[in-house]
Design a protein around this ligand. Structure first.
Ligand code: RBF
Length: 158
């Protein structure tokens, strides 16, 4: 299925491990906060749906997506955190910075994940328009927050 038509909230439910004792950190960028709030809420709902306990989900904000890597590192290094979900939205039409930010965050999160040997999930929307962001944060294309959360869950069973 092409990305343009994928519903981000529809996923394969095989291979989902028991996460009832797992602890998650969700780092949320404040830029485009109407969008990132929807992504965050989707991620929380998906974790709870699959058995995570509310007290085991820690939510923290950072100013923008560029700061997600540092935020992720602060939590990934904690022994009692099992997985980190980084949430942001960089709208391409609005800034030439988008390429720099997206590449930096993708690389930064990858580095943190490999350094601490824990799932660190790229829950960053990179749409061309605000409309597309709305469609993917709880709109007609589902919610990338759901997709990020189920990715974290599945990687814990890896
Ligand atoms: N952060 C985001 O999360 N999404 C954006 O779309 C976004 N656009 C930006 C555009 C410009 C021109 C600048 C300067 C920053 C932008 N940021 C954005 C913020 C960035 O991630 C970071 O917080 C700041 O650059 C830190 O000063």
């Amino acid at each position: 299925m092409s990305t343009a038509h994928k519903n981000l909230s529809v996923y394969n439910t095989s291979g989902i491990p028991d996460i009832s004792d797992k602890r998650f950190a969700i780092i949320v960028a404040e830029w485009n906060e109407e969008i990132t709030g929807g992504l965050r809420d989707g991620a929380i709902a998906t974790l709870l749906k699959h058995g995570a306990k509310e007290e085991n989900i820690i939510i923290t904000n950072v100013p923008g997506s560029f700061e997600l890597s540092f935020g992720a590192q602060v939590f990934a290094q904690k022994e009692d955190i099992d997985a980190v979900i980084a949430i942001g939205c960089v709208i391409q039409g609005e800034t030439k910075h988008n390429d720099y930010i997206n590449h930096a965050v993708a690389q930064g999160l990858t580095n943190v994940s490999l350094k601490y040997n824990k799932p660190v999930i790229f829950g960053v929307l990179t749409p061309n328009t605000y409309e597309q962001a709305l469609e993917r944060s709880g709109g007609k294309h589902g919610n990338k927050g759901d997709e990020a959360a189920i990715t974290a869950v599945k990687m814990l069973g890896f």
